[in-house]
Design a protein around this ligand. Structure first.
Ligand code: TRP
Length: 335
């Protein structure tokens, strides 16, 4: 039976944090070990350029994110792991799809609409600061997905609309030029924890409340100590269900350890002690990967080699796909 193709992209802006790990990276690495799937994971560096025009940051973030996935044990023999910009067929397919994508569809994209709304609120021209990359973002994303005939696309809720747009564009292309693309489905895992950050809001780079994934032990301890708690004293019972410390604990602990910590909260564990235990738990899960991460960061050539191998695997799919699409639209040799 044909394997289910699972594909997802990671935009290369910023440094991965515990929320990314729990919400996206860890489940993706687990899914990649399942033999019934064929997984495609890639660094979406073309997408990064839309939001980030600092070349050093795009470059550094690509290095860090690639090192993170490899250090955490992504099995590159079993998945196709590549950098978007190493696949020249992707921007070419993007153009073919752009010519099938309705402008009105792009007008409705949330990210673009939010930028327009915020301009209006500020009394600015509605196009202020909006580049064509932001406007066409969903078409590039459709090319990423359709190129590999992905069946399932694991994403956060904010990306569901983009997958629907990819389906819409695929259906139009298929209708006009014949069946070339599989219609992809978004997969939003409701069970995966959305981690809280230091201040109790969702952990997010834009709130500045993150715990970076591969901090050294000292720094990790320091960050965990900064997690906001209330003023209850040792011995006073604490409510696990409103506590960020407990919430992060749960994302790293076994069911048994979670039950034990729940009891410890009821018994009035001191905040300092709970945080100390949380540090030990997180550090135990990430400690070895952190060493591999440091080694990889010091050897970018190793990472580059993996990415080039991944690109070769990816292009075995993308070259024939693009060739078929070019022919379908009438771009082919004259004789
Ligand atoms: N836009 C996605 C995000 O910001 C990243 C992404 C780019 C992606 N291309 C993709 C995700 C294709 C899934 C499939 O999270």
């Amino acid at each position: 039976m044909a394997k289910t193709r699972v594909l997802t992209g990671i935009t290369t802006t910023g440094t991965p944090h515990l929320g990314n790990y729990v919400g996206a990276i860890r489940p993706a690495i687990e899914a990649s070990r399942q033999q019934e799937n064929l997984s495609f994971y890639f660094l979406a560096d073309y997408h990064a350029l839309i939001k980030c025009q600092d070349p050093e940051q795009v470059h550094q973030s690509t290095l860090e994110i690639a090192a993170t996935w490899l250090a955490l044990g992504l099995d590159t023999d079993n998945v196709v792991f590549y950098r978007q910009s190493d696949i020249p067929e992707i921007p070419e397919l993007t153009w073919l799809l752009t010519c099938q994508a309705a402008k009105g569809l792009m007008n409705r994209a949330h990210a673009y609409k939010a930028a327009v709304d915020s301009n209006r609120e500020d009394g600015q021209d509605s196009d202020f600061g909006i580049n064509m990359g932001l406007y066409s973002y969903p078409i590039l994303m459709a090319a990423d997905i359709l190129m590999f005939n992905a069946n399932k696309v694991p994403v956060g809720k904010d990306q569901i609309q983009h997958i629907e747009m990819a389906r819409d564009i695929a259906a139009r292309f298929n209708h006009h030029y014949g069946e070339h693309f599989v219609l992809p489905e978004a997969v939003v895992d409701e069970h995966v924890a959305v981690l809280q950050g230091l201040d109790g809001r969702k952990m997010s780079k834009s709130y500045g409340n993150t715990i970076p994934l591969f901090l050294g032990e000292k720094q990790l301890k320091k960050h965990i100590n900064k997690i906001k708690t209330n003023l209850l004293e040792p011995g006073e019972p604490k409510d696990p269900d409103t506590s960020t410390v407990f919430q992060i604990w749960q994302a790293f602990a076994s069911a048994e350890q979670t039950a034990e910590m729940r009891q410890a909260f009821a018994d009035g564990i001191a905040w300092g002690e709970a945080k100390k235990q949380l540090f030990e738990l997180v550090n135990a899960e990430l400690g070895e990967a952190r060493e591999r991460y440091e080694t990889l960061l010091a050897n970018p050539a190793l990472i580059e080699e993996k990415l080039q191998q991944g690109a070769a695997k990816a292009r075995a799919y993308s070259q024939p796909m693009l060739e078929a699409c070019r022919r379908a639209v009438g771009i082919r040799p004259l004789v």
